[in-house]
Every structure is written in structure tokens, then in C-alpha cells.
Design a protein around this ligand. Structure first.
Ligand code: UDP
Length: 357
């Protein structure tokens, strides 16, 4: 069995690390295509190094292009790779342009597509991620979903139940596997001169946050307000840095917030575990906060990870007026955390059991 794994963006490297580890224990081949969607060293290279992900067999360069141009170029180049390599299956992760390009190209070439982290929905079609995940789900042959709720989302859209497998979340595998090593090797807290529970960790990167200048302003003014009572550390995504610069907010943010460059996965795990509260618009970080039992405030109008909100591990707050600041001061969380919502950390093995049948 020859499996092609298409990756391109930061969260996909984390998921691919978990899958590639699981494949190593079997006699099958996995090869990687990196689309180049994320290309900065600290958004890409560092993940391959730290997590010992096999080097991509094919490296493309499509970063920095518009949505359409990027997806089109990826498809053109992926088609050539699939023709040369003739994989038995193409695996895609999550909801980025690389996910959609991989799935569309493969399905048109009659190569079976496996979608890992299928069935998630925000029901907000203005999000590029929502378009990517819906279209990818509808051209996939095997849909690996984290929960029964995501399975139901797919069945409501008419997807055949036989193609859907509830396997838990692959990011749990990565976190459980790399956590100890991260805690042993990362020096990020010393480097930043902070102690556990004495800072808030924030991340902001979604187009819906960065492309709407009003929302961007509310989010960052709220973080600045919160920074009056506690240090706020923010590993700043390049897209967000550009948006803050364009809206003349970067200087004031740099004055009040501990803005750092995006960090590698190990430093991120340590920062997450040590945070008193995590404030984010990221999907993956909502789950990691829950796994570390750190209160999380999601600064968006909706979330795909509804169960965390329903069980009160996560507070969802629209970035409007002083909502975010109030949510920060009001946040209270359950004492007993049920950590099994997304499985036990053996999602990759469950996926391979299906894929390699
Ligand atoms: N992450 C990281 N360094 C950072 C920010 C995030 O290693 O500076 C990791 C984070 O721990 C998680 C993943 O990247 O595993 C989440 O990626 P992102 O927030 O970019 O995307 P999303 O999950 O929203 O798709």
C-alpha cells in the first residue's frame, strides 16, 4: 500500500507527525507532498525537525498567492506528482487550501481520498476553511471524523454512513506523544522570563479575524486591556502581523503585549500547559487547551468544536465591544474534566486499520 500524504500548513504538520509515526510500525509506505502553503522556517521546517516527520518527497512552492491562484497551482503540480507516484490513496488533513487541492486532484484521477478531521462544520460559508472542508468531505471516499457529532453533520448532508469512521482526533495522538519531550527540552518560559500560570497565551490567525479591521481592533484592544492585569504572550502569525501593520495597530500592540514570532510545537505545548488562560481563534489550540485543562476563550462567532463549549471547557465569545474582556474576567470552569471526548491518543492506529485493510 502506497499512501500519499498532502500537507502544506502548520496544523497539518502536527497531524502528519502522528500519522507517520503510526505508519512506521507497519510495512507500508507513506510519502509526503508539501505544497509550500506555509513556508517560513518557524511555520514549517521546525515541525519536520522537532517531530521527526519524514522529509517531503515533493516540495512545491505556492505560498503567498491568492486563494484561487494558490489552489490552482497546487492542483496542477499535484496532478504531476500523482501521475509519477501512482499512490493507492491520497490522505488530506483538516481544512486548508492544500486539503482541498489534494482531494480534488486525487478524486478527478480516480485515486481514493481519505479525509482526516472530516465532518467539522462552522456553517459559516464566508470562512475559506468551511468551503474547503465541505468540498473535501464530499469528494472523499473515507471520512475519519473525531466525534459522533461530526458523523451526524456528514449524514445530514447525505454522505453514506459506510464511508464514515469515528476515530477520535489525531491531534490528541501528537500531544500525548510529544508532551514529555517538549517539557524536557523547551526553554521558552525561561527565555520569556515568565512562570507558570502568570500569563495569558493568545493566538489570532484566521482570515475572519484579520481581514475585518473592526474585529481585529476589538480583539487586540481587548488583549491590551487584559494585559493591564496579567502578561499576555502572543506568538504572532505572519498574516496577523501584516494586518496589524496595515491598520497601524502593530506599534501599540508591541508596547503592551509580549509579541513573539510563531514558535515550534514543543515551545507551544509548554506555553499552553503553563498558561492561566488561553485566548484564541485557532481550532487546534482549542483542543490543546482542553487536553491541558487550561481555560480557553475562543474569540469567534462560532466554533467547529461545539462539544467543548457545551461542556463548558471553552467559552465562545464574539469579538464585539467589551465581550472578550468580560469573558476573561468572568471565566469559570468545571472542576472535573472528562478528557476522553476526542479519544485516547490512538486515532492514527485506528485510521491505519481502516486505510490498510
Ligand atoms: N502552533 C505552534 N506554534 C505557534 C502556534 C500554533 O506550534 O506559534 C501549533 C498549535 O500547538 C497547534 C497548531 O499549531 O498544534 C494549530 O495551528 P493553527 O492555529 O495555525 O491552525 P488551526 O488549528 O486553527 O487550523
Amino acid at each position: 500500500m502506497k499512501i500519499c500524504c498532502v500537507v502544506g500548513a502548520r496544523p497539518q504538520f502536527v497531524k502528519a507527525a502522528a500519522l507517520s509515526r503510526a505508519v512506521q510500525s507497519r510495512n507500508d509506505t507513506i510519502f509526503f507532498v508539501h505544497t509550500g502553503q506555509h513556508y517560513d522556517a518557524n511555520m514549517s521546517e521546525i515541525f519536520f525537525e522537532e517531530m521527526e516527520i519524514p522529509r517531503p518527497d515533493h516540495q512545491m512552492q505556492v505560498g503567498g498567492l491568492s486563494q484561487g491562484a494558490m489552489t490552482g497551482r497546487m492542483m496542477e503540480q499535484l496532478e504531476r506528482v500523482f501521475l509519477d507516484e501512482n499512490p493507492d490513496c491520497v490522505t488530506v488533513f483538516g481544512d486548508t487550501n492544500s486539503t482541498l487541492a489534494g482531494a480534488l486532484t486525487a478524486t478527478k484521477m480516480h485515486i481514493p481520498v481519505a479525509h482526516i478531521e472530516a465532518g467539522l462544520r462552522s456553517y459559516n460559508k464566508r470562512m475559506p476553511e468551511e468551503i474547503n472542508r465541505v468540498l473535501t468531505d464530499h469528494c472523499s471516499d473515507l471520512l475519519f471524523v473525531p466525534t459522533n457529532a461530526s458523523k451526524e453533520n456528514l449524514m445530514r448532508e447525505g454522505i453514506d454512513e459506510k464511508k464514515i469512521f469515528v476515530v477520535g482526533d489525531i491531534m490528541v495522538d501528537a500531544l500525548y506523544y510529544y508532551k514529555e519531550k517538549a517539557l524536557k527540552t523547551s526553554k521558552i518560559l525561561e527565555k520569556l522570563g515568565v512562570k507558570e500560570k502568570q500569563y495569558v497565551l493568545a493566538t489570532v490567525h484566521r482570515a475572519e479575524s484579520t481581514e475585518d479591521s473592526k474585529k481585529l481592533r476589538v480583539i487586540f484592544e481587548s488583549l491590551i486591556e487584559i494585559s493591564k492585569s496579567i502578561k499576555v504572550i502572543i506568538p504572532l502569525h505572519p498574516r496577523t502581523r501584516a494586518a496589524l501593520k496595515a491598520t497601524n495597530l502593530l506599534d501599540i500592540c508591541e508596547k503592551h503585549l509580549e509579541i513573539i514570532s510563531p514558535v515550534g510545537y514543543f515551545d507551544m505545548l509548554v506555553l499552553e500547559q503553563g498558561a492561566s488562560v488561553i485566548m484564541t481563534d485557532s481550532g487546534g489550540i482549542q483542543k490543546e487547551a482542553y487536553l491541558f485543562q487550561v481555560p480557553c476563550i475562543t474569540m469567534r462567532n462560532e466554533t467547529e468544536w461545539r462539544e467543548l463549549v457545551d461542556k463548558k471547557y471553552n467559552t465562545l465569545v464574539s469579538p464585539v465591544d467589551d465581550n472578550i474582556v468580560r469573558a476573561y474576567h468572568d471565566c469559570s470552569y468545571p472542576k472535573n474534566w472528562d478528557l476522553s471526548i476526542y479519544g485516547e491518543g490512538n486515532t492514527s492506529q485506528k485510521i491505519l486499520d481502516v486505510l490498510l485493510l
